[in-house]
Design a protein around this ligand. Structure first.
Ligand code: GRF
Length: 289
C-alpha cells in the first residue's frame, strides 16, 4: 500500500503530532510521517519525533526575524526535500502567507480547538465559556491566508458541562482533537474527501484527481454521532454530477492506462474477428461452391 506522505509542522507540545505518530504505526493506516518541522528549537514535539525515529528539523522563525519570505522559503525548501504530499499544522503558531499556500495548493490542513467559524484565534476555551456556549469542540480545516478561515473538513463536538473550566474543557477537547486529526488524515489519504481549489468535496471516487488516487476505497467512518462534521457534505454526500462540476474531472494516470489497454484489446479483437470471417468466406467459396 502506497502511503500518503505527511509533514507535520509544530511549535510546541506536539500532542496532536503524537496522535498522528501513533496512528501511522498501525500497519493499515494509509499515511506515514516523513518529517516533523518546528519553528522553535525548544518544541517538545521534536523529541516525540526523534523518539519515533522520524526526521525532525528546526526552521527557526526567530532567526529570520521579520523576514517572513525568507522563513517560508526555507520551510518550502525543507518540505520539498521530504516530498510531502500533505502538510499538517499541529499547534504551528505561524500564519502562512498566500505565497506559501499557493506553493502547496490544497495540501495544507490545520487542527483548531473550537467549532469553527466560532472562536477563531487563541483562548478558544475561555471564549466558549464566556459566550455561554452549550457545545464546544474542534475543527480540522483547510489552511488559507486568513486565520482559521478555510473550509472545514470535519469537526468533533462535546457538551459543555456546568462545572467546566477553561482547563477542563481544554483537556476534553484535546482528546477530540487527537481523534479528529487522525480521522481527517485517514479520509484524505483514502480519497474519501478531496480538497480542490480550497473546497472540501466528500464522496469522491478514484476517477477524480485527489492528493493520491491509487488507494483502495474503504467505507468512510465519519458517521459517528459525535462527529459534528460539515453536515451538508456528511449526511448528503455529493452526487457525482455535483462533484464533477466542482472538480477538474481529470482522469488519473491509472484510469488513462486502463482506457489505453481497453482500446488495444478492442483493436486486437476486431482484427481476429475480421480474419475469422475472411477464413470462413474463403472456405465456403472453395469447398461449398
Ligand atoms: C491544539 O489545541 C491545536 O488545536 C492548536 O494548538 C494546540 C496544539 O497542541 N492549534 P499540541 O502541540 O498538538 O499538543
Amino acid at each position: 500500500m502506497k502511503k500518503l506522505r505527511l509533514a507535520v509542522l509544530i511549535s510546541g507540545r506536539g500532542s496532536n503530532l503524537q496522535a498522528l505518530i501513533d496512528a501511522c504505526k498501525m500497519p493499515d493506516f494509509p499515511a506515514e510521517i516523513v518529517a516533523v518541522i518546528s519553528n522553535r528549537p525548544d518544541a517538545l514535539g521534536l523529541e516525540r519525533a526523534s523518539e519515533a525515529g522520524i526526521s525532525a528539523m528546526i526552521v527557526d522563525s526567530d532567526y529570520f526575524k521579520s523576514d517572513k519570505a525568507g522563513f517560508e522559503d526555507s520551510l518550502i525548501r525543507t518540505l520539498e526535500g521530504f516530498g510531502a504530499d500533505l502538510i499538517c499544522l499541529a499547534g504551528f503558531m505561524k500564519i502562512l502567507s498566500s505565497r506559501f499556500l499557493d506553493h502547496f495548493k490544497d495540501r495544507v490542513i490545520n487542527i483548531h480547538p473550537s467549532l469553527l467559524p466560532k472562536h477563531k484565534g487563541l483562548n478558544t476555551h475561555e471564549r466558549a465559556l464566556k459566550a455561554g456556549d452549550k457545545t464546544h469542540g474542534c475543527s480540522v480545516h483547510v489552511v488559507t491566508p486568513g486565520m482559521d478561515e478555510g473550509e472545514i473538513i470535519l469537526q468533533r463536538a462535546l457538551d459543555i458541562l456546568p462545572d467546566d473550566t477553561a482547563d477542563s474543557l481544554a483537556l476534553r477537547v484535546l482528546e477530540l482533537e487527537h481523534e479528529a486529526y487522525v480521522q481527517a488524515v485517514r479520509h484524505i489519504a483514502q480519497n474519501d474527501v478531496i480538497i480542490h481549489n480550497g473546497q472540501v468535496v466528500w464522496g469522491q471516487v478514484n476517477a477524480f484527481e485527489g492528493i493520491r488516487a491509487a488507494q483502495p476505497r474503504q467505507t468512510p467512518s465519519h458517521t459517528n454521532s459525535q462527529d459534528n462534521n460539515n453536515h451538508q457534505n456528511d449526511n448528503h454526500p455529493m452526487t457525482m454530477e455535483n462533484a464533477m462540476s466542482q472538480t477538474n474531472n481529470k482522469a488519473t494516470p491509472e484510469a488513462e492506462e486502463e482506457s489505453r489497454n481497453m482500446w488495444v484489446y478492442f483493436t486486437k479483437l476486431s482484427t481476429y474477428a475480421a480474419a475469422a470471417a475472411i477464413a470462413i468466406l474463403v472456405f465456403l467459396a472453395l469447398f461449398v461452391a
